[in-house]
Design a protein around this ligand. Structure first.
Ligand code: COA
Length: 164
C-alpha cells in the first residue's frame, strides 16, 4: 500500500540519494549532472509550491514529486511537476499514483492544466506513461536535450487540461 504525503525536511537524506543518482545519470532531467546537494534541494524543495513523497507500507520513501506554476502571472494557472521513483521501486505503478495525486492536488490548488516542458524523447517509459495518463505531445523540440550518452536528442512538451 503506497501512501503519498507532503514532504518534510527529515525526508531529505532519503530522497537526496535517488534525486542525485537520477540527475547524475544525465538522461532524464535537464539539471546539470554536476548539481550540488544545495542546487537540488533548491530545485526540488525550495522553489516549488509543494513537494510530496510516496512511502511504502514499511514507511520507506520510494518516490517524490514537486508541483509549481509553470509560468508567472498570466500563465500561472498552468502547473509543472517533476517525478522520480527510486530505482528499486520502479515499474510498480508508483509514478502513476503520484501523477494522479498531483493532478488532484493541482485542481485543489486552482490550477487548470499541467505542462511538462522537456520530456526526453528517449525516456520511453515516461513518455508512454504520461500519454496513458492523458497528456498529449503538443510539440517536439529538436535536439533540445543534451543526453549524457546519446548527445542531442529531441524533447517533448506534454500538456493536459485539468479543468475545461
Ligand atoms: C519514469 C518514472 C517516473 C516511472 O516510474 P514508475 O513508478 O516506474 O512508473 P509506473 O510503474 O507507474 O509505470 C511504468 C509504465 O511504464 C511501462 N514500462 C515499464 N518499462 C518500460 C520500458 N522499458 N519501456 C517502455 N515502457 C515501460 C510499464 O508497463 C508501466 O506501464 P503499465 O502501467 O502499462 O504497466 C521512473 O522510471 C523514474 O523515476 N525515472 C527516472 C526519472 C524520470 O524519468 N522522471 C520523469 C521525467 S519526465
Amino acid at each position: 500500500m503506497i501512501q503519498i504525503r507532503p514532504y518534510q525536511e527529515t525526508d531529505w537524506p532519503f530522497i537526496w540519494e535517488f534525486l542525485h543518482a537520477t540527475f547524475r545519470a544525465g538522461d532524464t532531467y535537464a539539471f546539470s549532472p554536476l548539481s550540488t546537494e544545495s542546487d537540488i534541494h533548491k530545485a526540488w524543495v525550495e522553489l516549488p509550491t509543494a513537494t510530496f513523497v510516496a512511502c511504502d507500507s514499511d514507511g520507506q520513501i520510494v518516490g517524490t514529486y514537486y508541483l509549481k506554476p509553470n509560468q508567472p502571472g498570466l500563465g500561472a494557472h498552468v502547473c509543472n511537476c517533476g517525478y522520480i521513483v527510486a530505482p528499486q521501486a520502479q515499474g510498480k505503478g508508483i509514478a502513476t499514483l503520484m501523477c494522479e495525486h498531483s493532478q488532484a492536488q493541482a485542481i485543489n490548488m486552482g490550477f487548470r492544466a499541467m505542462q511538462f516542458n522537456l520530456v526526453v524523447s528517449t525516456n520511453e517509459r515516461a513518455v508512454r506513461l504520461w500519454q496513458k495518463l492523458g497528456f498529449s505531445i503538443v510539440g517536439t523540440l529538436p535536439g533540445a536535450f543534451l543526453h549524457a550518452q546519446l548527445s542531442y536528442v529531441d524533447a517533448f512538451v506534454m500538456y493536459k487540461q485539468l479543468v475545461t
